[in-house]
Design a protein around this ligand. Structure first.
Ligand code: URA
Length: 421
């Protein structure tokens, strides 16, 4: 095979052969296909797409570029992946809940980039908690606690690591076959036998429309099925932040509230819906996650999960040095609260990073004191901005000017928009 022929095939709109796909992914990982050649191929895929069969083969080639975890646990393994949103802390209550229901949850997670937060950044606000675990430690914790949330080991899907960085700087991120194969290669390499996807739709998500989110969900589910995974996708609303907390420590606090039987209704309901799907794929549909959550068993598993990774579940969480309140300019009902604006503002306050290597502020973020449908009086707090760096308040306020509206009545909000199986 030769790189120019592979590029020409896709440039001219033809279907790549299995041999071409296997060769090009392997040769690129080894450095035999140059970045400029892979960029041209990624752009050809961006413009001309790939069939479901090509996408499945492309995913398999990326899985084969590295190691595949072989999890030995005596309970069914099931994972969840979210395409990313604002205030999306669902992994935090969900992983211990599903473990408390009897499944094993290996959740290899990422860090935030841009306006969407990263699970590891959130958990690192817990004093002592460690994201980096060896494969042996993952294995042991899965057996003893049933849930592990940690950083993906570098040996998983190295082809994706390289290709994602290249796509990021060549305008080729927003392609459904490339996004779907990127996500699924990492999830398949992680070794869980089933997977539930939370595909977000709305201003705060990658996919702004429900129809784009559905197309991505269908591509993800199709790859999963080709690889023998039990898989389902929920398409859920991301036009409004999830819950009241957006940031790092504030999202941990909200997750703990959910695990202790409180917390915002939308976070509780999405956690329970995703848990139901995961338990059904794991063959445990007779267990009711709402009951297990109410019993306190999920909170107990959370404490063991955090402690197993060096964290102190009882330690106070970091507090911000500076708090700024945005109040309601008039009285009425909050009719909208834009997820994207709140996500960008939290990022600017220091909750997220601009460059991959930047640190995040654990105490930075936003508390939403009102959500669409809530009645407010003029002067009531709507948003509470947290940061350690007062100079960051101004840039955050600049993106919040049209973040919410006050009117007479809010439209009904549905969280679960669709399901793809
Ligand atoms: N997340 C990924 O892991 N890969 C993509 O291509 C996009 C989002």
């Amino acid at each position: 095979f030769n790189a120019v022929d592979v590029i020409r095939t896709k440039r001219d709109g033809a279907v790549l052969s299995d041999g071409q796909i296997d060769w090009v992914i392997d040769a690129y990982t080894r450095g035999d296909v140059a970045d400029e050649q892979m960029s041209a191929l990624a752009m050809a895929v961006f413009l001309n797409g790939m069939t479901a069969a090509e996408t499945a083969r492309w995913t398999a080639a990326m899985v084969n570029s590295g190691e595949r975890l072989d999890l030995h646990v005596d309970r069914p393994t099931v994972d969840k992946h979210s395409t990313g949103g604002v205030g999306d802390k669902i992994t935090l209550p969900l992983a211990p809940l599903v473990a408390a229901c009897g499944a094993a949850v290996p959740q290899l997670s990422g860090r935030g980039l841009g306006h969407t937060g990263g699970t590891l950044d959130k958990l690192e606000s817990i004093p002592g908690w460690r994201a980096q675990l060896s494969t042996d430690e993952i294995q042991r914790q899965l057996s003893s606690v049933g849930a592990v949330v940690c950083a993906a080991t570098t040996g998983l899907a190295p082809a994706d690591r390289k290709l994602y960085a290249l796509r990021d700087v060549t305008g080729t991120v927003e392609s459904i076959p490339l996004i779907a194969s990127s996500i699924m290669s990492k999830k398949i390499a992680e070794g869980a036998s089933s997977l539930v996807l939370d595909v977000k739709a709305g201003s705060g998500a990658f996919m702004k429309s429900t129809s784009d989110a559905r197309a991505l969900a269908e591509a993800l589910v199709s790859i999963g099925k080709e690889h023998g995974l039990g898989i389902a996708a929920l398409i859920t609303d991301m036009s409004v932040p999830l819950g009241a907390a957006v940031g790092n420590a504030v999202e941990v606090a909200e997750s703990v509230a959910v695990l202790q039987g409180g917390g915002p209704a939308d976070v509780v309901s999405l956690t329970v819906s995703l848990a139901r799907e995961m338990l059904s794929l794991a063959g445990l549909s007779d267990v009711d996650p709402a009951e297990v959550l109410a019993s306190g068993a999920a909170y107990e598993t959370w404490c063991r999960m955090i402690a197993a990774q060096g964290g102190d579940p009882d330690a106070p969480l970091p507090k911000p040095k500076h708090v700024h309140v945005v109040s309601a300019p008039s009285s009425g009902v909050l009719t909208s609260l834009d997820a994207y604006a709140v996500g960008v503002a939290a990022w600017r306050l220091g909750a997220g990073r601009t460059r991959k290597e930047d640190p995040v502020q654990h105490a930075a973020g936003i508390l939403c004191h009102a959500k669409p449908g809530d009645r407010v009086s003029a002067g009531d707090p709507v948003l509470e901005l947290h940061t350690d760096t007062p100079e960051l308040v101004e840039p955050a306020l600049a993106v919040l000017t049209d973040a919410f509206e006050i009117g007479a009545a809010a439209p009904e909000r549905k969280i679960l928009l669709d399901t793809v199986r």
